[in-house]
Design a protein around this ligand. Structure first.
Ligand code: C6P
Length: 408
């Protein structure tokens, strides 16, 4: 298929024309949040200009239009990741909330002393802190699959750590620090061999690669709209229907009910059982618009384009031997490069490259335990998406060279 037409795509993102005192923006912080194309922003304004109303079984026309759009947005998101249908897609605020929903609605009720939750050393705080705290509350234990020297999961250790005491395996699909893409289907097989559930954190995979939750056979999957051209404040929890059906609700209130008496309540059908109160209606509709945009551009085209940029950045940054890049080689990573430069703190590096218009992230990227394993208090990270170019990678490398001169 034809390669991605970057210049045409860039036209769809007005923010990419930003300049700071005449210096063009070079936005390379897409793993933190992506930019938003006009059609996604317009889907929000259209909603508020044309059919803003509260949802779920309204009588009047506006409410019916808003309800249909919001409910069908679940269908669009379900199709995007290969879920059976809307009953397997709960809209949440973000990936973090999706993880908390399962940890509270399932973990708090099902975990107890002697049970184990298996995580990995490369987990984001969204899963690591959540399961760590739920384990403390329930008396369960967390175990961590170690990483190898080149930032992959030690699968031999994984097979040792996942046992019949394991009740949940929670694993990041694509690491937001290492770029490692984990063998989640294999981990799902191992988890299921021990009657454990598996939760795949898809925050950095869904925006960048084709995902089919039925192929992976994960029990839960979560991702956020704002990392894939959608708005903030909306994400999705995928769960197998039979598992969500058996789970307690997470939040109580309106919309998540069918019948309420003073004595008790019958809860609504899926997924509404897990969506209490007035939802983020425009965000949900815009989430679906973002999915359709990604599908129009082509997820495989996006993958090839972004991973090529990451490989190019890896090669160019490696031209100097004072650079340490974390994670696997250039051709085996999701589209980001986290690195450090000898004698130059990541925060200093990021603030200097910012003077050249280059926006990267510096810090722990919400993976502090992983940075402890890496022996780094922080790292700089450049992350790429469909609208970035090789010239922007060159701008990054040149700005890094400037920083090197200043601190050399
Ligand atoms: C692997 C992974 N898992 C969960 C999250 C949380 O996504 P939320 O939409 O914030 O809930 C993120 C978001 N990581 C951002 C903010 S720390 C980054 O700069 O890397 C992630 O990368």
């Amino acid at each position: 298929s034809a390669p991605l037409d970057v210049s045409a795509r860039r036209e769809e993102f007005p923010i990419l024309d930003r300049e700071f005192d005449g210096t063009p923006l070079v936005y390379l912080d897409n793993a933190a949040t992506s930019q938003t194309p006009k059609r996604v922003v317009e889907s929000i304004t259209d909603y508020y200009y044309e059919y803003n109303a509260n949802v779920h079984r309204g009588i009047h026309n506006l409410s019916q239009e808003a309800s249909i759009a919001y409910e069908e947005a679940h269908d669009t998101v379900a199709d995007f990741i290969g879920a059976a249908g809307r009953e397997e897609i709960v809209f949440t605020k973000n990936t973090t909330e999706a993880m908390n929903l399962v940890a509270y609605a399932w973990g708090l009720n099902e975990l107890g002393p002697g049970d184990e939750v298996v995580l990995t050393e490369m987990e984001h705080h969204a899963s690591l802190v959540t399961w760590q705290q739920i384990a403390k509350k329930t008396g369960a234990e967390c175990r961590y699959i170690p990483i190898t020297d080149d930032g992959r999961l030690d699968m031999d250790a994984a097979r040792e750590l996942i046992t019949d005491d394991t009740k949940m395996v929670s694993v990041v699909h694509a690491s937001n620090t290492l770029g490692t893409v984990n063998p989640v289907a294999t981990l799902a097989d191992i988890a299921h061999d021990h009657d454990s559930y598996i939760f795949v954190d898809g925050a950095q995979s869904a925006p960048h690669m084709a995902v089919d939750v039925q192929d992976i056979d994960c029990d839960f999957f979560a991702f956020s709209a704002h990392k894939m051209c959608g708005p903030t404040g909306i994400g999705a929890l995928y769960g197998k229907e039979e598992i969500l059906d058996a789970m307690e609700p997470y939040l109580y209130g309106g919309d998540m009910i069918l019948k309420v008496t003073f004595e008790d309540t019958d809860f609504n059908e899926l997924p509404w059982k897990f969506e209490a109160g007035t939802p983020s209606i425009s965000e949900g509709i815009a989430f679906a618009e973002a999915v359709e945009y990604i599908e129009d551009v082509g997820i495989d085209r996006i993958h090839d384009h972004s991973t090529d940029l990451a490989a190019y950045a890896y090669e160019r940054l490696s031209e100097h031997d004072d650079v340490e890049i974390y994670g696997p080689g250039p051709d085996e990573r999701s589209p980001l490069v986290a690195f450090n430069i000898d004698g130059l703190h990541a925060h200093d590096l990021a603030s200097i490259v910012n003077d050249y218009g280059v926006a990267i992230r510096a810090g722990d990227h919400c993976t502090q335990p992983l940075h402890d394993v890496l022996g780094a208090s922080a790292s700089a990270r450049a992350s790429f998406y469909l609208y970035n170019t090789r010239e922007e990678v060159d701008a990054l490398v040149e700005a890094v060279d400037e920083a090197r001169q200043i601190f050399a």
